[in-house]
Design a binder for this molecule. Structure first.
Ligand code: PLP
Length: 374
């Protein structure tokens, strides 16, 4: 072999996603009092989950079911869906990633709205496809603007509803308009990770929109309202042909056995999830009512977090607020990698955590006049 013809070692293709997926202010782990940076649930999971997981831990030598059969049956019972149209993933992140790898190649375009969930550009950049952003209206997805950006290269259109990090959402009508206007060779992904939190008749988690269309897929997760983030369980529901094609794109034992057992137990108690959603809404309203009189603007988010806008005056900027809260052991999420430098994303936490946020921001902003609106 001609040594000179080849580089010294393997040359990786490292996509520059331009983002740090997890951004934490500099707080030593032992000083963290409340972590409100990752939209984790403060309610834990229903008690049957820990028991089911512990029981499965007794059989560490046995591989997980590679088809997640029992889990797909449980999802199918809960939501009235056909198991053969379901795929489970190591988090919905894996399902989204598999969709990208299945349908996008260099030169293709993946389309989403300006402040859409950061995994959409990551999914594009990993495959070498081009991420394309459409403008929004009031930090909310604009269907017509998205459709304007569709080209002959568009392969995937991604919608997170509600969206992270804005929390904003669009109604069923908007989702249907987009579905009906998109050509069927373009994959339409509806990421409904926060669906459980939305309590509005005009909202649709998208499952009913999949129907017989060949190109619509909905992704869901047990990381948020179900409180199973540690187990990494997500799922997708789409056309049978798409699910068949997606299956080889995921890891063979991608959802580990303990996670599968935990998820089945979690899906048996939807009352728990309803309680989480109800209580989250009460706490979200409480926090919003505390922040608005301080002159802070909050986006009309429907999920388990608030996107809060800060002034640009020195001393009270979003970064000042992040640092100020961090000094009290409260971690929140900067939104600068979304181009929303004046916003902070704050997870709705325990009552104590939310109170600590309100107190910290009241101290930071004390003395300033009431300049904003909700
Ligand atoms: C909109 C949205 N979709 C998907 C995910 C991924 O969730 P997971 O991989 O934990 O299922 C998240 C996580 O924060 C999210 O905010």
């Amino acid at each position: 072999m001609n040594e000179k013809k080849f580089p010294a070692g393997p040359v990786p293709y490292v996509p520059d996603t331009g983002t740090k997926v997890v951004k934490k202010p500099p707080v030593a782990p032992e000083d963290i009092v409340f972590d409100l940076s990752l939209n984790e649930s403060p309610f834990g999971a229903n008690p049957a989950v820990a028991a089911a997981a512990a029981a499965r831990c007794q059989l560490p030598n046995i591989y997980p079911d590679p088809a997640s059969d029992e889990l797909r049956q449980a999802i199918s019972r809960c939501y009235g869906l056909e198991p053969e149209r379901l795929i489970c993933g190591n988090g919905s992140e894996e399902v989204l990633d598999a969709i990208g790898r299945l349908y996008a190649r260099p030169g293709d375009e993946i389309l989403y709205s300006r402040h859409a969930f950061i995994q959409f550009p990551i999914m594009a950049l990993r495959t070498g496809a081009t991420p394309v952003m459409a403008p929004e209206r009031d930090y909310t997805l604009d269907v017509e603007a998205l459709l304007d950006r569709v080209t002959e290269r568009t392969r995937i259109v991604c919608v997170a509803n509600p969206n992270n990090p804005t929390g904003t959402w669009v109604d069923r009508d908007a989702l249907v308009r987009l579905r009906d206007a998109l050509p069927e060779h373009i994959v339409y992904v509806i990421d409904s990770a926060y669906a459980e939190f939305v309590d509005d008749e005009s909202y649709d988690d998208g499952l009913g929109l999949v129907g017989e269309r060949p190109n619509v897929i909905v992704t869901r997760t047990l990381s948020k309202a179900f409180g199973l983030a540690a187990f990494r369980i997500g799922w997708g529901y789409g056309p049978a042909a798409m699910i068949r094609a997606l299956n080889p794109m995921r890891g063979i034992g991608n959802v580990n056995a303990i996670a599968q057992a935990a998820a089945v137990a979690a899906l048996e108690d939807l009352d728990f999830v309803a309680m989480v959603a109800r209580e989250t809404a009460v706490r979200r309203d409480w926090l919003r009512a505390k922040l608005v009189p301080l002159g802070l603007q909050t986006l009309p988010g429907a999920a388990n977090f608030l996107a809060v806008r800060f002034p640009t005056d020195p001393g009270v900027t979003a970064q000042d607020a992040i640092d100020h809260m961090a000094r009290r052991g409260i971690l929140t999420r900067s939104m600068d990698d979304y181009g929303m430098d004046d916003f902070v994303r704050i997870t709705i936490g325990s009552e104590e955590a939310n109170g600590a946020v309100a107190d910290a921001l009241e101290d930071l902003l004390a003395g300033r006049s009431n300049v904003g609106s909700g």
